[in-house]
Structure formats: C-alpha cells, structure tokens
Design a protein. Sequence first.
Length: 238
Amino acid sequence: MNIVGLDVGSTTAKAVWLKNGKISFKIVSTHNWRSLIEEVKKELGDVKIVSTGYFRKKVEHDFTITEITASIYGVKDLLRRDIDAIVDIGGQDTKVVDVKRNDFKMNDKCSAGTGAFFELVANYFKIDVKELGKLHFASKKVPKINSTCSVFALSEIVSKLVEGYSKEDIIRGLHFSFINRIIPMIPKDAKKIALIGGVAKNAGIVDAFSRYFKVYVPKEPQIVNAYGCIAYYEKLGL
Ligand code: ADP
C-alpha cells in the first residue's frame, strides 16, 4: 500500500508520496486538507497516512509523528549530511531543532519571526511573498530596521520610505531584522543549519542566514516534514 506523508500546519497542508522512487507532492491551504486527501486517494487508491504538523491528530491518519521527528528524518534523508540545527519557518510558528542535543525551541506566540510577518510586508507593498527574494537582491543600500515586531515594523517601513530608501532596500533590511529574531533560538555552537518550511523558499532569508551560518536548503523546503513522515515510517519497517 502507498504511504502518504501528510503535514498539516497552521497555514498549509502538504501531502508527499513516492512514485517510482521519485518524490511527488501537493500543497494546499490547511482548510482544504480533506480535498487534498481525496485527490491523493484518487491518484493512488488505498493509502496509509502518516501525519505530522500542528493538526496532525485532527486529520485523517493511521500513524502520527511530531514535527521534530519528521524534520530530523526528512532533513537527514534529503540532505544526507551532518547538520547542527534545523530551522523550520512556517506560516505562524518557527521551530529550531538542536540536532546534536535532541532539543528544540519554538516560537508560536508572536508573528515576528514567522511567515505571517512577510505576508504582512508583502501585503503592504502589494506584492506576492514569492517576489521578496528577487527584490532582496535588487537592493542597493540596506537600512537598519530595528523592529522585529510586525506592528512596529510597519511604521518603521514608512519612515524608511520617507527617508528615501526603496522598496527593495527595505525588504532586504527586513530580511536581516527578521533573522535576528530567530538567531537567539539557534544553539550558540551551531555552524551548519538546514533551513526548511515555506519561508525557506525566500532566497533573501537564505542569504541573510548565510552571513552567520553554513546554510543548507533542501530542494523543496516546504515538504520536508511531510517527506520525513515517509522516511520515518520506512525506517521503522512497519
Ligand atoms: P505551516 O507548515 O506552518 O503551515 P509552511 O511551512 O507551509 O507553514 O509555510 C507557509 C509560509 O511560507 C507562509 O507564510 C508563506 O507566505 C510562506 N511561503 C510559501 N512560499 C513562499 C515563497 N515562494 N517565498 C516566500 N515565502 C513563501
């Protein structure tokens, strides 16, 4: 029977399965998780679902694992190298797994340092979050943005625009200010980090982290935990 890894997070639901040894996946908004499963079943027939993510116990599943386990197995299998920490930046929370000590930290109390922050920024500039990375590299000078709080950052954006900084400059400044919110969660001795979650698709964020760490980003960073469900299940030989 086909094994499907299902990661239902606060923003998106991701389904991953293997087809002739190749990774296939679908990503939908979280509230559409039922139709995601229906689509997958239509394609694969009967499936065994291994779930993870914030809503892992609320959705249809045969087996569940935590996001921490899923990320460790997913990263290990996809990157095939030793890393010190996994930084998973999702829509509404950020998790940092200390791989060496088997420990983790999570921020789910505040939108600063999560994807929600950039949703707000993109909305302000009337652009798509997908454009943030490209704009980051078009910046000529970087303003220092102190606020990591979403509410205060918006007023700082206005002052920087008034001072004459461009949209591109401000976005780059925001990327640097954003990672400063996450760095304190990363173990002090970590040198090699894996960046995963939807926000890892933003090349500006990858660039900002790269100033401080050796950064590895799997090809599809948003589906690592869903893939990790399959990797874990196969490892157990269930
Ligand atoms: P969760 O698992 O918490 O539901 P995800 O890991 O799916 O979250 O990440 C969702 C976040 O990723 C959203 O905030 C979204 O804006 C962001 N995101 C998705 N794709 C991109 C992209 N191409 N560039 C920048 N941000 C992205």
